[in-house]
Design a protein around this ligand. Structure first.
Ligand SMILES: [Zn+2]
Length: 639
């Protein structure tokens, strides 16, 4: 099971990057806005001592080799040792990363980070024999031990999970070859990364403001939002023009990555690349296919959205180049950090007093590094150490996005806090598939709280527009990516070649269908066909669909919890909180099912689409009202 062990990087990263530019020095930041890494180790010297001691412990594992099948007691002792070392390793790693993130320029923390990574590599090679040895045991015997030996209970999931992999695990020699092939399989993605992050000659353009911009991927995602249409046209033409000159190369790098996925599928005896990828977290392929089918069925909702966008931007024809301008220009909202904490706590009240009290306590006990400072890592994330507490890094700059990020990261942190509090260490970390549910759930409660307290139509329209754009980009755009990803894998599985040119043809076909090009809803120019070439996620092996499923699940769950408010019932809330305390004690799909969303059905998706349509109903009402001429003449200016 892939667990959300280290820092959770979040959607908000691009929006946050400018924050550090305005920052002062870390020494001038008041202590109450800093996290406290001393809760992990009192000093760097203590960290070093712990690291050295752990390095010396690694050989301990070797003494259990060949003995796991002797008795439940020997198996238990080996697993206890392995998980103890694993926990100390995570503590070392979080400390080193945290220290380095306070000032990424500092050399010593970077060395510490590297030392922790080296120790982690040594740990994984010192434990590489454990799973194969368990697999070689008689399964019935292992299951009987789990039942009879109470002390093995915390390790049940680990053992079951190891046994589940048996049909797809190879002999020792073949596993070694497969592991080495794994290194080669990453080459396509690595070449793509170097090309798109460093070597690609991105164009420099001049905007209508007179500003000159080098259009790399991050500048592109910023300037495609330009309010001036001629600017965004230029941005699209130049950026996609540059990608187009590397279309063939990018096709080769992606084809190489897909070959790697197909190799895994073949040697590990899966029917399809999709099945091989989803097997890791035990997600049924039906969940993926269900998402694609649900989105197709709901394209009229996307087209309704596109119509509304066209109206709000006052365009006679909507084109793909017009999709990133914010629907509503930002309204003036500014928040102090303490005020933001108060708002987030109030907004999360539907989760109950126990939840908000714990979060409030976390706010005042240095879980969070709030403010930007020179050299601090940009963006936002949440992490944590079992037996200590969650940590979250922000670059809070007082804007509405920053408030959202605080709610989002606090969602991760509370998930960590509750799971760590309720679970033994081996099942304390939650699966990736549910991680972004806890964070986006909180974003949903926040935006509804803000809507309930918005002071005028302009603020309401801004908030509704933000909610709507989030749903549109996550539900539709990420699923569009997921559909493309499945289609090019299937193309390769049929033995058809993958080239830059045919990837572009495929991409354009899907994009045109989604955006209603033929129905004249939104024009998708030929130029856009090469958009796939800059998206790194296509190298992650069926990862991106989880953004959409997380949003579907959280929107549906939050809606159910909000609907309970005032009824005196807390059934849905309690089920959701139980999921937050369940870590990885069950598979992700079962955790969500217990919380009230069955991701193998369309019901949660329909709830999310209902929210999207409800949001548009309200926006249209406000716009219609604003469009109406005043009914009585105004004789004096109103205040
Ligand atoms: Zn997140």
């Amino acid at each position: 099971m892939r667990r959300a062990r280290l820092a959770l990087l979040c959607f908000s990263i691009v929006a946050m990057t400018s924050a550090a530019a305005l920052a002062g020095e870390r020494k001038d930041v008041p202590d109450k806005y800093k996290w406290n890494l001393a809760d992990l180790y009192p000093s760097e010297a203590a960290w070093t001592a712990a690291k050295d001691a752990l390095g010396k412990r690694l050989p301990e594992l070797g003494k259990y080799r060949g003995r796991l099948g002797k008795s439940p007691r020997e198996l238990l002792a080996a697993l206890q040792t392995m998980f103890e070392i694993d926990l100390e390793l995570s503590r070392l790693s979080v400390y080193a990363h945290g220290l380095s993130d306070e000032d990424v320029r500092a050399a010593r923390p970077r060395e510490m980070k590297q030392a922790a990574e080296e120790l982690a590599t040594a740990f994984s090679s010192a434990t590489s024999w454990i799973r194969p040895e368990i697999l070689a045991l008689d399964q019935a015997k292992v299951r009987k031990w789990i039942k009879d030996e109470k002390k093995l209970a915390p390790y049940r999931v680990f053992l079951e999970e190891t046994l589940r992999r048996k049909p797809h695990t190879l002999g020792a020699g073949e596993e070694r070859v497969a592991a080495e092939a794994g290194e080669l399989e990453r080459a396509g993605g690595e070449v793509h990364g170097v090309l798109s992050n460093a070597d690609l000659p991105y164009p420099t353009i001049k905007l209508s403001t007179g500003e000159s911009v080098r259009l790399d991927a991050s500048a592109y995602s910023l300037h495609r939002q330009a309010r001036v249409r001629a600017d965004r046209d230029k941005v699209f033409a130049e950026f996609f023009g540059a990608l187009k000159t590397y279309e063939r190369t990018m096709g080769s790098t992606l084809a190489a990555a897909v070959k790697g996925h197909l190799f895994e599928k073949r040697v590990r005896h899966f029917d399809t690349a999709l099945e091989a990828a989803l097997f890791q977290d035990n997600i049924p392929t039906a969940v993926y296919k269900q998402l694609l089918a649900d989105v197709h069925r709901s394209l009229p909702t996307l087209h309704r959205y596109l119509g509304l966008r066209k109206r709000m931007l006052g365009l006679s024809e909507l084109r793909y180049q017009d999709l990133y301008v914010p629907l509503v220009a930002s309204v003036d909202m500014h928040f102090q950090p303490d005020e933001a904490r108060g708002i987030v706590l109030d907004a999360l009240a539907p989760l109950g007093k126990e939840y908000t009290d714990a979060l409030n306590k976390g706010f005042s006990s240095h879980w969070t590094d709030y403010l930007p400072s020179t050299g601090k890592r940009s963006g936002a994330y949440s992490t944590g150490v079992y037996g200590v507490h969650p940590y979250q890094l922000l670059n809070f700059n007082g804007r509405y996005e920053d408030l959202t990020t605080l709610a989002h990261e606090s969602g991760h942190s509370m998930h960590t806090f509750l799971s760590h509090g309720a679970q033994p260490y081996p099942t304390a970390d939650y699966p990736i598939f549910v991680a972004e549910v806890a964070s986006t759930f909180n974003e949903n409660l926040l935006i509804h709280f803000m809507l309930d307290h918005a002071k005028d139509d302009a603020a309401r329209l801004f908030l509704l527009g933000t909610l709507l754009d989030g749903l549109r980009t996550t539900l539709f755009r990420q699923t569009q990516f997921a559909e493309f990803e499945l289609a090019f894998h299937e193309q390769a599985e049929r033995g058809e070649p993958l080239t830059g040119e045919n990837l572009s043809t495929l991409y354009l076909k899907i994009a045109r269908e989604y955006y209603g090009h033929d129905k004249k809803v939104c024009r998708v120019d030929d130029l856009l066909a090469v958009e796939w070439a800059y998206v790194p996620h296509f190298y992650y092996d069926f990862y991106v669909y989880q953004y959409a499923t997380s949003m579907v699940a959280s929107t549906s769950l939050a809606r159910a919890v909000r609907e309970e408010i005032g009824t005196g019932k807390t059934t849905r809330r309690d089920a959701y909180l139980k999921m937050l305390s369940s870590g990885s004690s069950k598979y992700a799909i079962d955790l969500l099912k217990d919380a009230g969303v069955d991701m193998t059905t369309s019901a949660p998706f329909d709830a999310a689409i209902a929210e999207m349509n409800g949001t548009m109903d309200e926006m249209e009402r406000i716009l219609d009202h604003q469009a109406k001429p005043a009914t009585r003449p105004t004789t004096a200016p109103k205040r």
